[in-house]
Design a protein around this ligand. Structure first.
Ligand SMILES: [Zn+2]
Ligand SMILES: [Zn+2]
Ligand SMILES: [Zn+2]
Length: 326
């Protein structure tokens, strides 16, 4: 009799343990994104942030998009940024100095390349808050070290040199501004080249550039912010065909999302980009990786049906921790 009870207890215990295991596997797999994917690449781009300038969650937003973060259903997302890593030459660069730059630099150090210099250089696209304000962390209130190379176009450089608090970073030599020119290639080492090019955008304080990043094996295009594709003097279709990856402005999914005049915040809607490429080959569509998502954009979230439908057509969406070989 005693033996029978014990067996029953063991059976109950095992049953509970199994249930617990199943619940925890489900819980962790549906709620937690794997941030860092291990890679054997020697030279690659890693995604450090995917959100539009205001980040996710977004200031003042009480709607379901951001409520999902506060009630624990969705992860926080960092503001757009790419890390460029060359393990053979032991070098690392950042594209964009986002307001999340402090943690993005830590990610680079912890998961990609540890070395004495915090970064070998930062490439800026333009003077909107998501793209340069991370420079504040280099000031004497925070990091306070010397001579961090910051690559900037002429108006961007002027903006940083002539306006506080940024000019203090320049005068104290926390940062050293390096000149970039439209369509002029910067050789980083024997295997890596970077070329900035002008794109139309709301240029209140600076010009705006995209970048072509060329490795020994692959080429990437990075255009996180641009007005409509038709306002650019180049064809985005032709530009995408010339590269292996194209990280493109995905601020809004479509017109319905924009509550203010689109002239105030012009961007190519994801749906416009998708229809522009509808007659192109699957191989061309495969090159596109959407990035720079507004908090209201349902495709910011990995499992949204809107995102899955566009993925089925061959397009990709950037996730923090994704790596792309160069
Ligand atoms: Zn932006
Ligand atoms: Zn929101
Ligand atoms: Zn912008």
């Amino acid at each position: 009799m005693l033996f029978f009870v014990d067996l029953k207890n063991i059976y109950c215990f095992m049953k509970n343990l199994c249930a617990l295991l199943i619940i925890s596997i489900f819980f962790f797999s549906c709620d937690t994104e794997i941030k860092i994917k291990k890679t054997d690449y020697k030279q690659y781009i890693t995604i450090l942030g995917i959100a539009q300038d205001g980040g996710y969650p977004h200031i003042g937003c009480q709607k379901i998009c951001c409520a999902d973060f506060y009630n624990g259903k969705k992860d926080r997302k960092s503001v757009v940024s790419l890390g460029l890593i060359d393990l053979e030459n032991q070098q690392k660069w950042l594209f964009e100095a986002s307001p999340d730059m402090h943690t993005q630099l830590a990610q680079l150090e912890q998961h990609h390349l540890k070395k004495a210099a915090i970064i070998d250089g930062i490439f800026l696209t333009h003077a909107h808050i998501g793209h340069y304000t991370g420079l504040m962390y280099f000031g004497r209130e925070a990091y306070g070290k010397k001579n961090i190379p910051v690559f900037a176009m002429p108006k961007m450089k002027k903006f940083l040199t002539n306006n506080g608090p940024w000019n203090q970073l320049v005068s104290l030599q926390n940062i050293v501004l390096k000149n970039l020119q439209h369509d002029s290639t910067m050789v980083l080492n024997q295997r890596l080249e970077v070329t900035p090019f002008l794109v139309p955008h709301r240029d209140e304080f600076s010009e705006t550039v995209g970048y072509k990043i060329e490795g020994s094996k692959k080429i990437a295009l990075f255009i996180p912010d641009i007005d409509k594709w038709k306002t650019w003097n180049k064809s985005i279709i032709e530009e995408v065909k010339k590269v292996d990856y194209a990280f493109l402005d995905a601020t809004f999914l479509n017109q319905h999302e924009v509550k203010r005049a689109i002239s105030e915040v012009p961007h190519p809607f994801i749906q416009e980009t998708v229809s522009l490429f509808q007659n192109e080959t699957l191989a061309t569509k495969n090159k596109i990786v959407f990035i720079h998502f507004n908090h209201t954009n349902p495709t910011l979230q990995k499992n949204s049906k809107e995102r899955r439908e566009i993925e089925k057509l061959g397009f990709h969406f950037a996730n923090e921790g994704d790596n792309f070989e160069l």
